[in-house]
Ligand binder design. Sequence first.
Ligand code: WQD
Length: 337
Amino acid sequence: MKRILVTGGLGFIGSHTVVELQNEGFEVVIIDDLSNTTISVLDNITEITGIKPEFHQIDVRIKSDIKTFFDNNKVDGIIHFAAFKAVGESIAKPLDYYENNLSSLIYILQEVRDRKLDNFIFSSSATVYGEPDSSPITENAPVKKAESVYGNTKKIGEEIIKDTSNAYGINTIALRYFNPIGAHPTAKIGELPLGVPANLIPFVTQTAAGIRKELSVFGDDYPTEDGTAIRDYIHVVDLAKAHIAALKRLINKNNKSSFEFFNIGTGKGTSVLEVIKAFEKVNDLKLNYKIVGRREGDVMTCYADTTIANKELNWKTEISLEEALKSAWKWQQKQSV
Ligand code: WQD
């Protein structure tokens, strides 16, 4: 049985990926520092799969702790999620973001190199495309200057991985996520936003639950059909499954070069107003919202061309936006009780 290290394995995307890894027969060992999640997620994963993953509470910024972990654990692959992810906070606290998101990556890659390990998957983001010249975005679109420090950590992270894999022949894949949403169909795991959510869907569900008074729609004067910005919302379970596909590609040595990167989205663009309308319809409720000015740093349109990912990873999304919005609401309702 292949043993896979998942850093940040108790976070939103990490926890869903752990479930899918276990469903596919992988043995999982999780590292998480619990800075943006709770230990109860471990029990909830266990409830879903019937298997308790091994867990180590480790802060990936501490080099010696990472070394000790690898001294004591043999792994066949690594999926590295552990990172800070709040765009606004990253601009206010750049050094915290560069330290946490990049030093941890370097420390883990040093262990991978020194121990001749292989099969490394990195959580990257569509944010590396900046304001894209056009959508759908293919992997051949240029990587642009990052809009935020967070985005820059993903851009630099990819460069570090590329240089490292070229120099030492380590097989790596970066997955460029579009907008992950939704929760596990069991509603046992989902997104746990700290404080006021910056992302659309948690703000929508918290508004529907009465936790927030009103949703602000950031701009209706974009040159899009209804004037609101367009994104590619992907269900987190579909996103999690992309990691299994990428891992199998690496383990089976089907990769074409030592560093590859793929767009992980649905290939479909949806506007903010379309999201709101779909959320209201599938959950049979009315959302309190108002139009306000554009949010600084937002791009107009960003959705994926998934042709390459679909073909090379032998993976595609299966869950509709409607299902995703239903699962997000089911999860929210469980949090409010
Ligand atoms: C989606 C759309 C907003 C909130 C960000 C990061 C990206 C990635 C995912 C992850 C936009 C609009 C939002 C609200 C709104 N990072 N909106 N009212 O900005 O596409 O991507 O999250 O870790 O790197 O940049 O996602 O969910 O914030 O916004 O109208 O209260 O919803 O303007 O058009 P975004 P988002």
